[in-house]
Design a protein around this ligand. Structure first.
Ligand code: 9MR
Ligand code: 9MR
Length: 752
């Protein structure tokens, strides 16, 4: 995909001309002083010491040294630019670089924490290029800074800039993403005996004729669409079509309506086999503290071990506590998975992700029709393949071992609790390879939420590893019991929302759900009455609507994980108690299935207030996990069909016509927010490996790129496949885990 230039950028003629004038009729006064360098003066522009600048041929030019680490290690800037909240600005400039580089252009706070009002990754070459950008400021700042961050290049180069202008009164261009064909399908494919639906975006009121063609172009089925009115998730006017009657396996099917044709798709019992494998394989590539082997995953994704204290790296094998909450010990917390596009490691998120992998496996022990073989040993490309242990358990173990390493040692204050997280002192730039990360790694204070996450995941691991590695199983169970007891002793130690420098906060000040989940897992594993009583006395016992929120369970709302296991894994609850939990699962599934039936796009997700959250794709899939569990419990087709609706949605039958899983489908995500596989910013680097899922639409526009590019978007349209949009386009372990769970379920369905 071409993609790296921001949509507002345009190529310029070779000779630097006057800047494109902002299109707004109400364009305000010029804020930039001396943006054209006409009188030869550089004032009031400033620069960092390492890149002295001067006016050359009417442009401001600077010699940028080789080998700085971050974009902000070399800057040219101007201060004292006022920005007002809600005001829309036009920013224009013309820039060049004697070697191809990507610079970062920011309008931001001039002092720490340098909050960005606008940011753009601009690809420069020797040919001067004119950029025209618009953004709406959120903050009130009477002295903002325009900064061209020009560091981070391996090679030295000369940067030149000219015709710089910032004016208020601009108009936000209407949000008009390229969504390709209006005929929307699951771009991977459908199961032969499963439901098959698609969506047609059209202003027409009347039904239209659809035609399904095979790869040879021959019509194999036809019918008429059903008008569905305005789709609430997107504001699009839509119709739907149903070709469930077509069951012949094949690749290269398309649906045509009038002169519009869908992306191609397959029909086959094995359409989700690769998805199951790749969604799980993703975790190996996220491993920290070990080399990622090219012979296993391909050389493009191979890399040396990171965070092992090999200079310039600080390492996770002897981490001490943050200065604000010191401890007298260090922990060896090497290993585990990187969380997401950042290289932090967070116990709450690690716990839920590891647990959902364990659950994917545990389902094969309890669900009728689940295949043990497909998740057995030798199915993934991990170093442990062939060791007699199912690879999915080997992968989960990699994280479980990390979780245990985050526990406060015996004899210390808060012994048995888990440190909330471990990450860099400061946010690093994109791209940053783990081996190049020179930031100090720090343990953040223990929290009750992290402690209970560890307890739950370790208790579940203990029962699943019992038959494979008794010693590891015992170790997990001891850690789980110790953690649970520590949480009971310290039930309200919360990670604050403000602790979000250098890593995410994962703040949570309601741990009722974590208590329920941990007690449930410990009870299932041990049968001990203390844990049973903790489940039965939980304020959540009997409160299905709270256990299964409408918008889906998540890292911050984990009770569902406990309830799903109480409902499916053999345990000592009475028949009546068990029926109660199962009833909660099916009642929740009824709600999600009803949401799916209402939605033209068929996804079981109707967030309250139409507010699509950060990581919405994982919410869609977590609802699918509940639906699939209900299907396993009851055999009811409506639950299974709603799961398939979720899969269709994630794989392209959606308002963006976007497959959110890299490498799957014709229009799949490519530029997820990630520091390692940052191809969009450096073409020498790989794109993310196939099988990683983007967070997906987030209607709150929670990063500068989303604010700039998605203003005015509705719900499921609030997404952009841009590496800078971390609130819509990051990847994360807790998002791929339900993808793997659901892919595994639908692959098991087969439905020949
Ligand atoms: O890259 C970070 C991403 O992994 C997080 O999800 C996100 C929110 O915590 O923050 C990203 O980091 C940005 C930071 O919050 C603000 N400065 C720019 C950082 C890099 O994009
Ligand atoms: O998934 C998290 C989401 O629910 C929060 O709203 C968001 C902001 O706090 O953070 C998300 O988690 C990010 C974490 O903070 C840092 N690593 C990347 C995670 C995914 O974006």
């Amino acid at each position: 995909m071409a993609g790296a230039l921001t949509a507002g950028a345009s190529a310029a003629p070779a000779a630097p001309a006057a800047p494109d004038t902002p299109t707004s009729p109400a364009a305000g006064a010029e804020e930039v002083v001396n943006g054209d360098f006409e009188n030869g003066s550089t004032a009031p522009w400033w620069w960092t010491e390492n890149n002295p600048a001067s006016v050359v041929d009417g442009r401001l030019c600077a010699d940028v040294p080789a080998g700085t680490a971050n974009p902000w290690d070399a800057i040219i800037g101007q201060n004292d630019l006022p920005v007002a909240p809600g005001e829309t600005y036009a920013l224009t400039y013309t820039a060049s670089a004697t070697v191809p580089v990507t610079i970062t252009t920011n309008v931001q706070q001039a002092t720490d924490p340098y909050t960005q009002y606008f940011t753009s990754a601009d690809q420069l070459t020797a040919e001067p290029k004119a950029f025209t950008q618009t953004f709406t400021a959120k903050a009130d700042d009477d002295a903002a800074q325009l900064a061209f961050q020009i560091g981070g290049s391996d090679e030295a180069y000369t940067f030149c800039v000219d015709d710089i202008s910032l004016t208020s009164g601009a108009e936000t261009p209407p949000y008009d993403p390229d969504t390709g064909s209006p005929v929307r399908v699951n771009q991977v494919g459908y199961l032969p005996a499963g439901p098959k639906t698609g969506v047609f975006v059209t202003d027409a009121d009347d039904p239209a004729a659809w035609s399904l063609k095979n790869a040879a172009g021959a019509e194999v089925a036809s019918g008429t669409t059903t008008p569905r009115g305005v789709d609430a998730s997107s504001g699009q006017k839509v119709q739907s079509f149903d070709f469930s009657g077509v069951t012949a396996p094949g690749d290269g099917y398309t649906v045509t309506i009038g002169d519009q044709t869908s992306e191609p798709f397959s029909i086959g019992a094995g359409v989700y086999s690769e998805l199951r494998k790749d969604a799980l394989q993703y975790f190996y590539v996220e491993r920290s503290g070990t080399p990622i082997r090219g012979d296993l995953v391909g050389d493009a994704w191979a890399r040396p071990a990171g965070h092992l204290n090999v200079a310039p790296n600080r390492g996770d094998n002897g981490v001490s506590c943050v200065a604000t909450a010191p401890c007298s010990y260090t922990l060896n917390a090497a290993g585990g998975w990187y969380d997401a596009g950042d290289q932090g490691k967070y116990v709450v998120n690690g716990g839920i992700a590891a647990s959902q992998l364990l659950s994917s496996f545990e389902r094969t022990l309890t669900a009728p029709g689940a295949s043990k073989g497909a998740l057995g040993d030798g199915k993934l490309r991990v170093p442990e393949r062939g060791n007699g242990v199912p690879d999915i358990l080997d992968e989960a173990r990699w994280e479980l071992a990390f979780l245990l390493s985050m526990q406060v040692p015996k004899g210390q204050k808060l012994a048995g609790m888990a440190h909330h997280k471990l990450h860099d002192a400061q946010w690093t730039a994109l791209p940053t390879q783990p081996t190049d990360d020179d930031q100090p790694r720090e343990l953040h204070p223990p929290s009750t939420a992290a402690t209970l996450n560890l307890a739950a995941a370790a208790a579940q691991g203990a029962r699943l590893f019992r038959g494979y590695d008794r010693a590891f199983s015992d170790k997990l169970l001891t850690a789980a019991r110790t953690a649970y007891a520590a949480a009971v002793a310290h039930p309200a130690v919360y990670a604050p929302a403000t602790d979000s420098v250098g890593g995410g906060a994962y703040n949570d000040d309601n741990v009722t759900d974590e208590f329920y989940w941990a007690a449930a897992e410990l009870y299932i594993t041990t049968g001990t009455s203390t844990y049973r009583d903790a489940v039965l006395r939980s304020p959540l016992w009997g409160k299905g609507a709270d256990i299964f929120p409408q918008g889906g369970f998540s890292w911050g709302s984990t009770a569902a994980l406990g309830a799903l296991d109480l409902a499916t894994v053999p345990n000592g609850l009475t028949a009546r108690q068990r029926a109660e939990v199962r009833g909660e699962v099916t009642a929740a599934a009824d709600g999600y299935a009803a949401d799916a039936a209402k939605a033209a796009y068929g996804m079981p997700y109707a967030p309250e207030g139409g507010h699509w959250v950060w990581g919405s794709n994982s919410q869609v899939l977590n609802n699918a996990v509940v639906l699939a569990t209900a299907a396993d419990l009851t055999g009811a087709a409506k639950y299974r069909n709603a799961v398939l609706g979720a899969v269709d949605y994630v794989l392209g039958e959606n308002p963006m016509n976007q497959s959110y899983v890299t490498g799957f489908g014709e229009r799949s995500t490519q530029n997820e927010h990630n520091r390692i596989y940052a191809h969009q910013l450096d073409s020498d680097l790989a794109h993310p490996i196939a099988g990683s899922m983007a967070g997906g639409p987030d209607s709150s526009l929670e990063d500068p790129k989303a604010e700039q590019k998605l203003a005015g978007c509705v719900g499921a349209m609030c997404y952009i496949d841009d590496i800078e949009s971390y609130s819509t386009n990051e990847m994360a372990i807790n998002w791929n885990a339900p993808l793997a769970w659901v892919a595994s379920y639908v692959d098991d369905l087969g439905m020949r």
